[in-house]
Design a binder for this molecule. Sequence first.
Ligand code: FMN
Length: 441
Amino acid sequence: MTESVCDLRSYMAVAEAAGMLNRISAPHELADVAAALERSDAGPALFEAPKDSPWPIFSGSVSSRRTAALALGCEPGEVVDRMGHALEPANGVATARVEAAAWHDNCVTGDEVDLGTIPIPTHSRGDGGAFITGAVSVTVSGRGNLSYNRMLMLDRNILGFNVNEWRDVGTFMRSRPDPEAPFDVALAIGLDPAVMIAAGVRTPVDELLIAGALRGRPVEVCRGVTVDVDVPARAEVVVEGRIRPSQRADEGPLAEFHGYHGEMWPSPTVEVTAISWRHSPVYQTIIPGWYEHVFIGNVLPREPLLRRFVRHIDPHADVHIPPYGNGFLAVIQIERDNPGTPKNLAMAALAAHINIRNVIVVDRDIDVSQPSELHWALTNRVHWLDDVFTAGDAQGHEMDPTADNRGVSTKVGIDATYKRERREYGERVAYAAVDLQKYLS
Ligand SMILES: Cc1cc2nc3c(=O)[nH]c(=O)nc-3n(C[C@H](O)[C@H](O)[C@H](O)COP(=O)(O)O)c2cc1C
């Protein structure tokens, strides 16, 4: 059935059939409810009548391994394999250009443009305003690129457009003969989760090819109405415009991937030239600084690389980057056969990606999806003098809250496996899982 997913609507139908779509009919504090659903891995949320919004709002498309598996039509244990396959450049599937897009149903351009048409939420109490957080920015410079950029609504046709200088969009703009000239962008909102996942990947190829590889067929794209950009043809909403590198405005703060509110930033602005949308559109948002944000940006694109690194040492090791660890924490799971291997695995994991700072190596009997299980292993299997090593003054992400403003911090490897040679214990206490509904009246 997941083979039929080609847009947000077909994904919602698949989620509903699997009993994983949470329909919320009464108006609610959208971000609080969506965040609670993500925290408990309950599946995506569809707010049917959100406050101050004429359109339904969808959130939590891919916020966990379980939802990623639903989106990709595989088992949760196969998600890393599916990502690894799609990230190989040779497996990319080129897009297919079509003439008619679903979002051709409605279109306004020029003076008619009003971002107030779109129900852009203010998500968190600490946010600096209404931010578009779940749009995929499509840009072109020789090749196409997908990215996420937080965008603050500044006026009826102006957005602040956050872009870290070293992102591909920044490089695209700087490499032009006139780096300050306006630059075409299309913001696609309400998408097939395969496109959402691909947009979180940082790679020197067009990420639409990765989305095609995830689906095993081309993503259909259609040329923008006012910009020379090919946009996913089955998006719910498309905002077109021109990024103005020389016309900057302060935007922020917004909840960041590391779980704090980020700073104000003098960002380029986007002058919006067209807004298009499907009949009965669904607006899609990502709750900033929360599970989906981290899962798309820091977990799915990195686990295949992390696994490749640690499998040099143990070909059967499995990897997990839990979303609540913000991409700084990696967990390696093994069948321990040698007292030294866990620390070698931790060293390999720390080298796999600059963001990885804390590595915990655990045995197979730990359910790594449960933070309480990791805490149990840390509490009962770690001798803190012997089982831990640190690497001071190591380079990490410049926004790592433990690092200085260059991103220099201390990395740590923790062997939380059971050391039978140290002291013998019996079996771990275990009780069978039960369906409580059957027993509670
Ligand atoms: C929900 C979400 C929001 C993001 N917001 C921003 C942002 O505001 N600015 C930015 O530079 N990167 C942001 N990122 C990171 C990148 O856009 C993204 O991971 C992408 O892969 C960048 O790749 P590129 O260098 O190939 O363009 C965000 C990522 C996610 C998942």
